[in-house]
Structure formats: structure tokens, C-alpha cells
Ligand binder design. Structure first.
Ligand code: AP5
Ligand code: MG
Length: 212
């Protein structure tokens, strides 16, 4: 089982991926999380990616496809949920080629939708725990104590790319480079669209209904 979570920045891909992992017994493969870990560890990949990420630009397709190849070869045929990948038509084509080589293909593409203003609201209020990956929202899902992770007690941070001007640019990049993937996967008969408005639980129930 290989499923893709598609949708604009801040729509809730990471949030819903957590539920889906449990429900489907799948691993979450977030290129954003992998890249942020590489930046933190100061690897060659991280050094190459950081400038793009801080500006809200996409990291070049060849870098991303190299990373995905490496990860998929390691994972073998374990069920995977792709979160934030693919993000361009060349990445989607590269994934198709890679999966043809490894055996199998993409089984489902779930697209979450919300409008741009809601994206800005959600991302401006997001706080993350770099230690255990927990994600909070000061408006919708605040931590019990200000700027401290409920689970591990570590300090919460704001992502460097969650500044208002960078959020706007990520949205523009999304509309230009990633949105065409809806048509790509609709054409392949794989696309299911789910309204991402409403509470986390409302969206989770819609996702479950759409996949049932
Ligand atoms: P990435 O990390 O993938 O960021 P993104 O796609 O912009 O998405 P986000 O992680 O910001 O949002 P999300 O949809 O996961 O929302 P979340 O669940 O956290 O990529 C970052 C950068 O890395 C890119 O800009 C690029 O530079 C690079 N990159 C990554 N992949 C790449 C690729 N394939 N190719 C090239 N470059 C790549 O939720 C957001 C907030 O809202 C949270 O605070 C959450 O608590 C809250 N929330 C969630 N659901 C709800 C709800 N229903 N109601 C209210 N609040 C909610
Ligand atoms: Mg995410």
C-alpha cells in the first residue's frame, strides 16, 4: 500500500498522517521532516536544502528523487504514506518510474483542501517540538503550558518557514508547481478530495469515510 497526501502547506497533512499511520499500519514519509533533520544534522543534503527551505522555494527535483529512492530501497515493500511528496509533475513521474522498478505503484492519492487565508492562520500559530515531533497550534490545539511540549517537556519552536512572508511565498509555489498534480492523479483515477476545513477530528472522520 502506497498512499500520497496532497495539499497546500498547513492544510493538515502531517496531522492526518499520524492517524492514518495507525489506521493503516503504514510509515509516514515526509520529505519536509527528512530535510529538516538533515539541516539539523548539518549533512551535505541539509546544507544544500536549507536556503531553498528558508525562502519557501522547492528543493530541486533531482535532490528529492535521490532521497526518495534511497529511502524506498531501504523500506522495501512496507506500506508508506507520502507526506509532502511528490510536489511537482517531474517528481510524480520520477516516483512512477521508481515504483515500476521496485514493483507496485501508487494506490491512493488523498488531497486535502482549505483556502489560503486559513493556511496563513494555521501556520502563523503552529508550534513544533523538535525533540519528539509533536505539533501544536496556539489557536486550535494549544499546549498546556506556553511554549513547552505536553509530551516531553522540551521547548517548542516556530519553524523558520512559518513567517508570514514565507508562508505567502510557499502558497504561491504550491499553486504554481504542486496544484497541477491534482489533474495528474485524477487522470490516473487515483485522486480522492477531502475538505480540510473544520476541526482535526471532523477532518479525520471525513478522511476515514473517503477511504472506506
Ligand atoms: P513541508 O514540511 O512538507 O511543509 P508543507 O507542505 O508546507 O506543509 P506543512 O508541514 O507546513 O503543513 P501540513 O500540511 O503538514 O500541516 P500540519 O499538519 O503541520 O515542506 C517544507 C519545505 O521543505 C518546503 O517548502 C520545501 O522547501 C521543502 N520540501 C519538502 N518536500 C519537498 C519536495 N517533495 N520537493 C521539494 N521541496 C520539498 O498542520 C499545520 C498547523 O495547523 C498545525 O499547527 C496543526 O496543529 C494545525 N491543524 C491541523 N489540522 C487542523 C484543523 N483541522 N483545524 C485547525 N488546525 C489544524
Ligand atoms: Mg507537514
Amino acid at each position: 500500500m502506497r498512499m500520497i497526501l496532497l495539499g497546500p502547506p498547513g492544510v493538515g497533512k502531517g496531522t492526518q498522517a499520524r492517524f492514518l499511520m495507525e489506521k493503516l499500519g503504514a510509515l509516514q514519509l515526509s520529505t519536509g521532516d527528512l530535510l529538516r533533520a538533515a539541516v539539523r544534522d548539518g549533512t551535505e543534503l541539509g546544507k544544500r536544502a536549507k536556503g531553498y527551505m528558508d525562502q519557501g522555494e522547492l528543493v530541486p527535483d533531482d535532490v528529492i528523487l535521490g532521497l526518495i529512492r534511497e529511502t524506498l530501497v531501504e523500506l522495501g515493500d512496507k506500506p508508506v504514506i507520502f507526506d509532502g511528496f511528490p510536489r511537482t509533475v517531474p517528481q510524480a513521474e520520477g516516483l512512477d518510474r521508481l515504483l515500476a522498478e521496485l514493483g507496485g505503484g501508487v494506490d491512493r492519492v488523498l488531497e486535502l483542501t482549505v483556502d489560503d487565508e486559513e493556511v496563513v492562520r494555521r501556520l502563523s500559530a503552529r508550534r513544533c517540538c523538535p525533540k519528539d515531533g509533536a505539533v501544536y497550534n496556539l489557536l486550535y490545539n494549544p499546549p498546556r503550558a506556553d511554549s513547552v511540549c505536553d509530551r516531553c517537556g522540551g521547548p517548542l519552536i516556530q519553524r523558520d518557514d512559518d513567517k508570514p512572508e514565507v508562508i505567502r511565498h510557499r502558497l504561491a509555489v504550491y499553486h504554481q508547481q504542486t496544484e497541477p498534480l491534482s489533474d495528474y492523479y485524477r487522470g490516473a483515477g487515483l485522486l480522492v478530495r477531502v475538505n480540510g476545513d473544520g476541526t482535526v477530528d471532523e477532518v479525520r472522520r471525513r478522511v476515514e469515510d473517503a477511504l472506506a
